[in-house]
Ligand binder design. Structure first.
Ligand code: SF4
Length: 1008
């Protein structure tokens, strides 16, 4: 019989100030009884310590712990407070002593016999998205209805109105009174939305009411009777500044005389979700009337430079907070500007690495704070590259690269089909295990084996191999594995009454890695091994749990919704979800956070990164379309004129941004690092300037250049330079030691050039002919290496741009062969567009519109040559030999001039264009002219892409046939040779083999 032992994880020890160091004001606050007390204090002043001690002292005096309620913001914070109090008492508690306002509201409604289901932010947005088209909206809003931004604005408007106690009727009335016409439209939607919130689920007992966070608290505030008021003799509120109007109303209903409220207006971080720092005076007034206030003026967190800098930031508020005294300790403020984000990220990685190795800071004693999660990816990658373990809380689920394949496959299984792009993405994911090179090989082998018989291009064959398992090749395990997984997922998706979590489970429990190991096992094993890879696997497992939890909640809340809705929502969601997994000891990792998630915590070293103009401060008025910000201010200032109200709203946003900066910078104990990029199109903000001036005093601003990064890769490359340039013995010894320790790049056997060339033989034996295409000659002249690699497998499959090109050439041919007019051709194009792009989103619509414009341009060209030349032939094939060259070509279009000569037209659908001079020597047109013979009157390139401005045609005059023949011959010799030179050119940025190019930074993997 197996024996299971359940062990509680260690309780996380949040660091609160020791009670032996309490200040006189703190002691007074702890002893205070029977009258409301407001505790004011800045960051690090020990407000939470006071609340914990106040709860513990009451319990020690014999008060029943169940009569004490501690309210705070955030589930994690509530859990920390609960644990901190529990560790100091052995009393049993029936209910959680510390809770969020939402948890309290939920228990109140449950106790009243209600059955609420709380909708999270993404869930509410999903519900709104499903209903939004059900009411009439003003015409100008209609195109925006399904956009993420509109749904978010609508949700914010409803939430802000609800928090302020407005009904849908109030919104309509105020909309009319203040000429906010969108409020009137939104009020209609709101009414219909409220009507759908009752979930009548006959299979699952009582009807449930879905409530958003603001409704939940208002409902509780309305039903609170004497029962709850009697239950809580003492109420302690932390972070009161984060509460909204509804929460304040709930507190007022419950408040007793033994009430302690801790507040710091300047540290508010949750205004975007309803916190109302500007209404604090009004909210506290009733308590101050029969109570008193205490000010905590000592900063227990930091001292020295960081404290001075904090005071400087505080001085920027409209109403500066009281000055704090600080600890006697050293600390530093560093502010640096960089030429780009990569340098900024490398500097941050270096700072953390040095603090860890030289100053002995644990990883978990350091954090990086950004204004928004979207800014974090460059730093995350830099930290991972430097082997620094990183936590993953900031990531939006849809952006987690390990989760993305699960979402893609689930959506494809629901549809029963894949797009070409999805098929490739899945092959390149952990499911397929392919990389760019093996993907090319798979495509090539499928094409070789099946293209001739099926007429299908490579990408289509890949797609079919996954969906139908039809096409198999030797070494095609990735395809087979994906096909089997797709089949399982599709089978489950087709079942009746399937919930998103069932489908996810089917994929999760069957997905395998390239080594045939279950992905679930592979992630777990990686996580258990620890280190940077372990931290990544931990993060992925957390994200997967989060995904399952979201799927479970979705199934519960929207039982009858379409299965695909959930996956669509997750993909569209920009909100970094809550961390729902239980937290034990925090792992030893660096956290990437926002001011909101960093709230209430502290670290020895804090980096505040990406302090850019337009980002931090972000002075854009929130909800500017539907006016949620105006609603907040309108509620506070009902009599202000519109212009003044706008100014008030702008000032409130500016103050809010400063508060976020203040909250972020006040998390540092020893070292505060502030960074920004400074380049023409991306400037540091005035917040950064404040820090830079403070850190550098009068020194002229200049970019920081990191010359000596502390990472294994940089140490190795420095030692290698020393060894080669100075013949240094110590560098050789260090490299030997590093190589023995398994550090990559340290062993000379791996160095570029250390291995002899495998062969010096020519690519094509001298007695054999060389297949040459006119475009190949052109490409070869531009860059020999690219030509060589592309003609030997280094080519991507048909991209959508290439597919559009193929389609346009076909339609240009049909225009002549069928004598079809433009209108008929456009209809045909639209009707068959799905064959080009099976997706239905805006990208597909954009490509169709691009193709339409190209076709229109082509017809315009046809009209322009009437009377000058007439059409002779389309897709004309030629074949000839010169020396070793065997030239084959297909000419898009040949026309006849009035003199009976031949004129060549080559259609171009890409975005690059030759200059007039370049067109004169263009090899492709020269070879076409050579191919048609001495009757050639010239050639031209016809540019169809409407994004290209200026003349649509580039002409080439008649050629010197002898010169062209020599050009073909000499190029052919080099094509068959043994050496291919990389030649930098203007098209390098589009080069598909750039990662194999030794003269480009992207190709440094060849020799690093
Ligand atoms: S990146 Fe530029 S130089 Fe390198 S192979 Fe490609 S085209 Fe040639």
């Amino acid at each position: 019989m197996p024996r299971y032992e359940l062990k509680r994880r260690p309780i996380p020890q949040a660091k609160y100030q020791s009670t032996s160091q309490l200040s006189k004001s703190q002691e007074d606050a702890i002893k205070h009884r029977n009258k409301p007390l407001i505790i004011f204090g800045g960051p690090g002043s020990g407000k939470t310590t006071v609340l914990i001690a106040a709860a513990v002292s009451r319990i020690n005096e014999g008060q029943d712990p169940n009569s004490i309620l501690v309210l705070t913001f955030g589930r994690e914070r509530a859990s920390e407070l609960r644990d901190a109090i529990a560790l100091q008492t052995s009393q049993t508690m029936l209910e959680p002593l510390a809770r969020t306002f939402h948890a309290l509201a939920y228990s109140i409604l449950k106790a009243e016999g209600k059955n609420p289901l709380l909708l999270s932010g993404p869930e509410q947005e999903s519900w709104i998205r499903q209903l939004v088209e059900g009411v009439e909206w003003p015409t100008e809003l209609k195109p925006a209805l399904q956009t993420r931004g509109f749904i978010r604005e609508l949700r914010d408007l409803i939430l802000r109105a609800t928090e302020r106690g407005w009904s849908a009727d109030d919104l309509e009335k105020n909309g009319k009174q203040y000429k906010e016409e969108f409020w009137v439209a939104a009020s209609k939607f709101w009414k219909s939305y409220i009507g759908t919130l009752i979930l009548n689920d006959s299979d699952h007992g009582e009807p449930k009411e879905r409530l958003d966070s603001a409704q939940l608290v208002w409902r509780a505030a309305q039903v609170t009777g004497t029962g709850f008021k009697k239950q809580f003799k003492t109420i302690l509120v932390d972070e009161f500044q984060e509460s909204d109007k509804a929460q304040r109303a709930l507190l007022q209903n419950l408040a007793t005389n033994d009430l302690l409220i801790a507040v710091d207006a300047q540290s508010t971080v949750g205004r975007f979700r309803g916190a109302d720092p500007d209404g604090l005076d009004q909210a506290l007034a009733p308590y101050l009337q029969n109570g008193t206030a205490i000010y905590l003026d000592q900063n227990f967190r930091t001292g020295g430079q960081t404290h001075l800098f904090l005071q400087k930031v505080a001085g920027e508020f409209r109403k500066a907070p009281r000055t704090q005294s600080a600890l006697q300790k050293d600390s530093q403020v560093i502010a640096e500007r960089f030429v780009d984000g990569a340098n900024e990220a490398a500097f941050i990685a270096d700072k953390l690495q040095r603090a860890h190795l030289e100053a002995g800071f644990k990883w978990s004693e350091m954090a990086v704070i950004f204004r928004s999660p979207a800014q974090s990816s460059a730093v995350r990658h830099a930290l991972v590259r430097s082997n620094i373990p990183v936590a993953g809380e900031l990531q939006v689920l849809s952006e987690n690269s390990s989760i993305a394949p699960f979402l893609l496959l689930a959506e494809a299984a629901i549809k029963g089909d894949l797009s070409l792009e999805t098929a490739e993405q899945l092959l390149l994911s952990e499911f397929g295990g392919a990389d760019a090179i093996s993907l090319r090989r798979i495509r090539r082998e499928l094409v070789n084996k099946y293209s001739a018989t099926t007429g299908k291009p490579g990408s289509e064959l890949i797609r079919k191999a996954i969906t139908d398992g039809e096409y198999q090749i030797a070494g095609g395990d990735s395809l087979l594995r994906l096909h089997e997984l797709f089949e399982i997922a599709e089978r489950v998706a087709k079942k009746k009454n399937i919930q998103p979590e069932d489908l996810l489970w089917a994929i999760w429990s069957n997905a395998k890695t390239i080594d045939n190991e279950l992905i679930s096992d592979a992630w777990r094993n990686r996580a258990l091994r620890g280190g940077a890879r372990g931290a990544n696997a931990d993060r992925d497992l957390d994200a997967m749990l989060q995904l399952f939890e979201s799927a479970r909640r979705f199934g519960q809340r929207f039982r009858y919704a379409d299965l695909g809705e959930f996956f669509k929502d997750i993909r569209k969601s920009e909100i970094a979800g809550d961390v729902i997994t239980a937290k034990g000891e925090r792992p030893d990792v660096v956290e990437l956070l926002t001011p909101f998630t960093a709230k209430g915590r502290e670290w020895k070293l804090v980096v505040v990164a990406g302090v850019q103009e337009g980002i931090w401060p972000n002075l854009r008025i929130r909800g500017s379309l539907l006016g949620s910000e105006r609603l907040v201010e309108r509620d506070r200032h009902p009599d202000l004129a519109e212009v003044e109200l706008e100014q008030v709203a702008r000032a409130a946003v500016a103050e809010d941004e400063l508060r976020l900066f203040y909250a972020a910078t006040s998390r540092a104990i020893d070292t505060l690092v502030i960074t920004a990029v400074d380049r023409e199109e991306d400037q540091p903000s005035n917040f950064f300037d404040l820090a830079y001036e403070f850190a550098h005093q009068d020194i002229e601003p200049k970019h920081y250049v990191l010359t000596n990064q502390l990472s294994a890769a940089h140490v190795v490359s420095k030692l290698r330079r020393q060894l080669i340039n100075e013949n240094s013995k110590s560098a050789a010894a260090s490299l030997k030691a590093l190589a023995e320790a398994g550090i990559s790049g340290a062993d000379p056997a791996d160095w570029y050039g250390a291995k002899p060339a495998a062969s010096f033989a020519p690519a094509i034996p001298e007695d054999q002919s060389v297949n040459v295409s006119p475009s190949g000659v052109e490409k070869f002249d531009e860059c020999q290496l690219r030509w060589f690699l592309e003609t030997h497998g280094g080519q991507d499959g048909n991209t959508s741009a290439q597919l559009i090109g193929i389609v346009l050439h076909k339609f240009a041919e049909l225009a002549e062969v069928n004598k079809a007019d433009l209108e008929a051709q456009l209809q045909l194009l639209e009707a068959n567009w799905k064959l080009v792009d099976p997706d239905t989103g805006w990208m597909s619509r954009t490509s169709l519109s691009r193709a339409t414009k190209m076709l229109e341009r082509f017809y315009k060209y046809r009209a322009s040559i009437v009377g000058e030349r007439i059409f002779k032939e389309a897709e004309a094939k030629f074949e000839f030999e010169i020396g070793r060259a065997k030239v084959r070509c297909t000419i898009d279009r040949i026309e006849t001039t009035a003199d009976g000569l031949l004129y060549i037209v080559d259609l171009k659908t890409g975005k690059s264009k030759l200059t007039k001079a370049e067109a004169q020597t263009d090899a492709q047109m020269q070879i076409y002219q050579y191919a048609v013979g001495s009757d050639s009157a010239g050639a031209s390139l016809l540019y169809l892409n409407s994004e290209l401005k200026g003349n649509e045609v580039r002409e080439q005059g008649p050629i010197d046939r002898k010169f062209v023949a020599e050009r073909i011959e000499s190029t052919t010799v080099k094509m068959g040779g043994a050496e291919f030179i990389a030649i930098k050119n203007k098209n390098c940025q589009f080069c598909p083999v750039i990662t194999s190019c030794p003269i480009q930074i992207e190709g440094r993997g060849l020799y690093d």
